[in-house]
Design a protein around this ligand. Sequence first.
Ligand SMILES: *Cc1c(COP(=O)(O)O)cnc(C)c1O
Length: 392
Amino acid sequence: MATNSLDWIDTELAKLEQHDLLRKLVCRETPQTVSVQIDGKRLINFSANDYLGLAADPRLSKAVADALRSDAWGAGASPLVTGRSQRHAELERAIARFEGTEAALLFPTGFAANTGTIAALVGRGDVVFSDQKNHASIIDGCRLSRAHVEVYPHADVDALQTALKSSGAARRRLIATDGLFSMDGDIAPLAALCQLTEEHDAMLLVDEAHATGVFGEHGRGTCEHLNVESSVDVRIGTLSKALGTVGGFVAGSQRLIDWLANTSRPYVFSTATPEAICAAAIQSLQIVQNEPQRRQELLGQALRLRNGLADRGWNLGNSASQIVPLFIGDPGSTMDMARELSQRGLAVPGIRPPTVPVGESLLRISLTYLHTREMIDQLIECLNDLRSNSTL
Ligand SMILES: *Cc1c(COP(=O)(O)O)cnc(C)c1O
């Protein structure tokens, strides 16, 4: 029988609602692509991280269907027991080849890759230096590690240097950063971070979740884009954004991968990914390598969008990518604008605390390869129209 022990939740949910911070579950009624139906309404989709437009690509569905003809669905055990199949091994080799690293390790999600890797690299007596705008999975990894956590102001290399200088007594030092920041769409100062890493005998972890498949000549991410790959020991990626599937990975040296396979708790204690998903990811990596025009055109469209909005006076922060934030400030106005855009047929999510700091609520536009020039122009027109009708 139900007890009243969870009554407090009603109070807390009411508080969230009162502060415009209550999330409602949405349900998409059509496949995840550039146009989606929600609540019976068609929307042009500026909300997905499906940057290369692969989530609904029939080639991925076919790879899954083909795999299911020969493989069964479930992996049934953690990788170290009997969960890891030839297909997992094939995908890990494909990731390592793509990334140009000795080895790679597959995790259930990018979230697990971050928490599991950080907690395996540092512990008590160590210090982890974390950018203030890092993704939740890096933040949680830092907490789980039990290392001392030094959060430095966003992209502030001088503050990081000062913090590193006063960490002399620590056993190990790890600097952890998003390569491309998930809400601001700006790129970490990786060259400076690499230099500090070397000067202070630290390790550097770069999370390429939003940059894999998008940045760099071969689509390997921001480290390739800024030509620092050889100085970054630990690269994290996800299969769930530009690659259109699901899963996370770590790419690096064989000894790094050996260590993680032995000690990373989400790797050791979670069931391996279904093999058919590996087949989809292998297909997706091939598309990323064979169709560079997807990332090239995406970044071209993103530049057009940013120029179009900046010309009309929108505050885009330092966005330099396919992620374009419009800084609004308070959560109420942000959600009002998101609702208004939705009424006009455009899905642009409002992002509120705790995803962003208090006072920094924003509309997060994310572009994909499938957006047309007309769709982008429609978005710009609509935003300008909204603003001229309001106090923003
Ligand atoms: C989305 C995201 C992750 C998590 O990846 P999933 O595969 O979705 O779990 C990790 N880091 C960053 C920066 C992200 O944006």
